[in-house]
Design a protein around this ligand. Sequence first.
Ligand code: AQP
Length: 339
Amino acid sequence: MRIFSGIQPTGRKHLGNYIGAIRQYVAGQRRAQEAGDLAIYSIVDLHATTVSYDPAELRERCLDTTALLLAAGLDPELCILFRQGDVPEHTELTWLLCSVTAHGDLNRMHQFKEKSDSQRELVSAGLFLYPVLQAADVLAYRADEVPVGEDQRQHVELMRDIAERFNARFGDGQQILTVPAHRIPEVGARIMDLQHPERKMSTTGGSDEGTVYVLDEPEAIRKKLSRAVTDSGTEIVRSLEKPGVTNLIDILAASRDVEPAQVEEEMAQARGYGDLKAAVADAVVEMLEPVQARYAELRGDEAALEDVLAAGAERAREIAGPTVADVRAVMGVGPPPAR
Ligand code: AQP
């Protein structure tokens, strides 16, 4: 069972990224190893160039994200951690896969619609092709599983279609590319903005007060949670009519790694929403404090972070290179493969 996932080096990582993705990465590296395979994680700097960005800041954010992933528990001995731009096979495979990607499918991607609406100067072709690059990321490693949050479901469906179409068109009966499955956590797949619980917590589309950042000071975390939007009732249960309370229950359950039903049971004794908010704040602070401390230790040594990325890229290329060679060969691109 091979795992692949990518994370953007944009902005500050928030609780949704942490619960929906980063924590799953950490669990995945052990699961993959126990299954005799690999977990591969990429900091996707090329994806970050599809919207307006600052080059110097991009470099900094890559190192921030590397330090954060290591602080959260990724271990370069157990997984491959690398920067996407260090492995040119991703861009080559993107172009090759374009031949089996329907323009109409790309047009239907929700993320493209949302992100293109927010671009003031230029809606880049890169933003449109973003899901093909994402497909190349995963397919280059013949990954079986892609841990992501709920918001990425449509993109994973598309990469499955691309792999199936590629195999049907060029495979001559063989599975040249592996068709991956998504792995969306049961609790925490969609952490919502604390101020607008009908919207997901988000790097670009959220409110600052409604977004808990992984590196927020404990006091800031407590303040944001104490001001979280709830509703006029008093019952602490999950329901469609109570998106704010449901979100808080989900965050508490995910932070403590228990079922939401257990939180509801425990909170039946609570005096009101204030108790729930305080319990969530305690659990989130307790979960993030060790990550913050470790991040502070790691972030200062940029040479060490670059070393981790360089070693990861070398190992990544050993896997992605042969896949791209196989794809070129069956597509009739370049010289005939050596026998
Ligand atoms: N609110 C969320 N709840 C659960 N999971 C989430 N993810 C993102 N938001 C939530 C998951 O985090 C992973 C990393 O996503 P990314 O690298 O694409 O990060 P990003 O784009 O910087 O973060 P956002 O917040 O998702 O940015 P916007 O909203 O600006 O596009 C993914 O697995 C994602 O599912």
